[in-house]
Ligand binder design. Structure first.
Ligand code: ADP
Ligand code: ADP
Length: 228
């Protein structure tokens, strides 16, 4: 686990108005931080700078006390879950979840891979579906496979980019409960982008509000939604 400190982070695409403008947020070790704001306010850009998929124009990104601005994504030890799940269609559920372990060539024995995949699948109630392909799963099951892939290795933090936005209301409710449960069990530092007020209220320790690339507020859900 690790804290994530964003210090005066700026992102400029070309010479227009900055997509992210002088944003400073400290996410504590084990904290669950929600990121909200209207479409185009810079949420995805911020997540991508944290994982290293986007260069940082200015400011410091500090993860676990170490400045990571110049580190490649694979050297940051973070797990990201995308909105569109990004599963491999030709691989089974088992192999989709095992994928990050296979990437760390030679680091995990076959027995360790099996044990870790089984543990993740159990936590997400996927044990009965391990031999299926993504095409034969429901939306909620696919989303769980994407989460399984995120938790199968010991990442320092999780980054979620609207992971439930493609699900219907009922599944979203179930997944919300599951994410809560997973969070209590793992206690991993998390940054979670959402448009859903219920998710923000129930999952977050704190909620950061972005508007046009600028941080407006960062407070507990209670403080945020109970203010006049
Ligand atoms: P959000 O995730 O909150 O919807 P984004 O981070 O996707 O916001 O976008 C923030 C701003 O940056 C928007 O104005 C968007 O058009 C712009 N933007 C995002 N990605 C790129 C890119 N690759 N090139 C140029 N502009 C981009
Ligand atoms: P989101 O709903 O997460 O904000 P978008 O639909 O805005 O996603 O963007 C999807 C992809 O398109 C992102 O990878 C982003 O980098 C890219 N993108 C967004 N805005 C622009 C832009 N103005 N120019 C180039 N690429 C962009």
């Amino acid at each position: 686990m690790a804290s994530i400190e964003m210090k005066n982070i700026v992102k400029r695409y070309g010479d227009g108005f900055p997509a992210v403008n002088d944003v400073s947020i400290d996410v504590g070790d084990g904290e669950f931080m929600i990121l909200v704001g209207p479409s185009g306010c810079g949420k995805s850009t911020l997540l991508r700078m944290i994982v290293g998929l986007e260069d940082i124009t200015d400011g410091d990104m500090v993860i676990g006390g170490k400045r990571v601005n110049d580190l490649a994504p694979r050297d940051r030890n973070l797990s990201m879950v995308f909105q569109n799940y990004a599963l491999y269609p030709h691989l089974t559920v088992y192999e989709n979840i095992a994928f990050p372990l296979r990437l760390a060539k030679g680091k995990f024995t076959e027995d360790e891979v099996t044990a870790r995949v089984k543990r993740a699948a159990e936590m997400l109630e996927l044990n009965e579906h391990l031999e299926r392909k993504p095409a034969n799963l429901s939306g909620g099951q696919r989303q769980r496979v994407a989460m399984g892939r995120a938790i199968v290795r010991d990442a320092d933090a999780f980054l979620f980019d609207e992971p439930l936005s493609n699900l219907d209301a009922k599944l979203r409710g179930q997944m919300r409960t599951e994410i809560s449960r997973m969070q209590r069990r793992l206690g991993t530092t998390t940054i979670y982008v959402t448009h859903d007020q219920t998710e923000a209220m129930t999952l977050g320790d704190r909620v950061a509000v972005l508007k046009k690339g600028v941080l407006q507020q960062c407070a507990s859900p209670r403080e945020l939604y109970e203010q006049p």
